[in-house]
Design a protein around this ligand. Structure first.
Ligand code: ZN
Length: 338
């Protein structure tokens, strides 16, 4: 089967890889309908995250169940399923508390930019749609596999709710879907921080009420100006850099909440500043599995359209171009047709 392999920074290739097989009785193998490139795939692609030799890459996937192990009971061949970047048993104490991405049994799956994928712990990881969906819904279900679930978790972690003012740091797919989540969760005012016109437009479509183009200290000053000098109640951090993390914390009012979901790289926080900020910090790898049933239902009923964040669609064989387009910010998010 065909699948992507990252050989070295900037060197992504689609090549012949072994067809995945059932290894454990709790596994499923799925035939992918679509996959995509994640902002976090760009960290090793750019050489910022060190890699250890050529590795299959990709962790966002939807597809049709091809085969299941003997112990799998909740999904069966022929069903259209959505999973996420960490497999979970969905039964341990951590999972039951809603933190499936820290499951005591968590693992892979890796190499999802491919024709087929082995998903461990299938019962606790995969969620099937009511029926095989219409083709136009596939991008939205694919978004639920990571970026929608991650944006949703960020909004929940930031305690977004009715009457709240929400600021969103980061205008990538996760930030934009954080806007969508904030709208769904009843936020009164949603301030999107973006300086890119097509992304601003999508943020407005998803429910942003204000756009702030400044960043850093100037961005913080602008948020304060829009919130009577206090800062936002809830801030979504969807980048993961030192600058974005500080921008998020400093844009939050005392007593407010930051939901941070950008994979952090070289972020160091000053204890004294944190102490006197009086903000709640909560985040990490999103427990997408917690939200999948609800998100699948919203998409199935066409109440939300997160698939709009895919502004580039290419066949799997052109994965290298998908990476380049995202790296150069020519595309918000690239979908790969399998
Ligand atoms: Zn678990």
């Amino acid at each position: 089967m065909r699948g992507t392999v990252l050989h070295a920074p900037g060197d992504i290739r689609v090549e012949e890889r072994d067809h995945p097989k059932i290894i454990a009785p709790t596994d499923a193998v799925i035939r992918l309908s679509a996959t995509c490139v994640c902002g976090s795939d760009l960290w090793p692609y750019r050489g910022i995250q060190k890699m250890d030799g050529p590795s299959p890459i990709g962790h966002e996937y939807v597809g049709i169940v091809e085969e299941v192990g003997d112990e799998v009971t909740s999904v069966e061949p022929g069903q259209f399923v959505i999973g996420s970047f960490f497999a979970s048993d969905n039964t341990c104490e951590i999972c039951r508390a809603g933190y499936q991405s820290s499951c005591v049994q968590r693992e892979g799956p890796v190499g999802a930019q491919a024709e087929y994928l082995r998903v461990p712990l299938a019962d606790g990881t995969l969620v099937a749609t009511p029926d095989v969906p219409d083709a136009d819904l596939v991008p939205s279900f694919l978004a639920a596999s990571d970026v929608l679930g991650t944006g949703w978790f960020a909004a929940v972690a930031a305690e977004v709710g009715p009457g709240k003012t929400v600021a969103v740091v980061g205008d990538g797919a996760v930030g934009l879907l954080g806007v969508l989540a904030a709208k769904q969760l009843g936020a009164e005012r949603i301030i999107a921080m973006s300086r890119h016109e097509p992304r601003q437009k999508l943020a407005m479509e998803y429910g942003a009420t204000d756009i702030v183009t400044e960043r850093g200290d100037e961005g913080v000053a602008k948020i304060k100006e829009l919130t009577n000098g206090l800062g936002a109640h809830s801030v979504i951090e969807a980048v993961g850099t030192q600058e974005s993390m500080l921008q998020a914390i400093r844009s939050t009012r005392p007593g407010g909440h930051v939901g941070y979901v950008g994979v952090t790289h070289d972020v160091a926080l000053d204890g004294t500043e944190l102490f006197f900020s009086h903000v709640h910090l909560h985040g990490g790898p999103a427990p997408v599995r917690r939200f999948l049933p609800e998100l699948i239902d919203l998409i199935w009923r066409r109440e939300i359209d997160p698939g709009k964040i895919f502004d580039l669609e290419l066949p799997l064989d052109q994965a290298a171009e998908a990476y380049r387009a995202m790296d150069e910010r020519r595309a918000i998010k690239a979908l790969l047709r399998v």
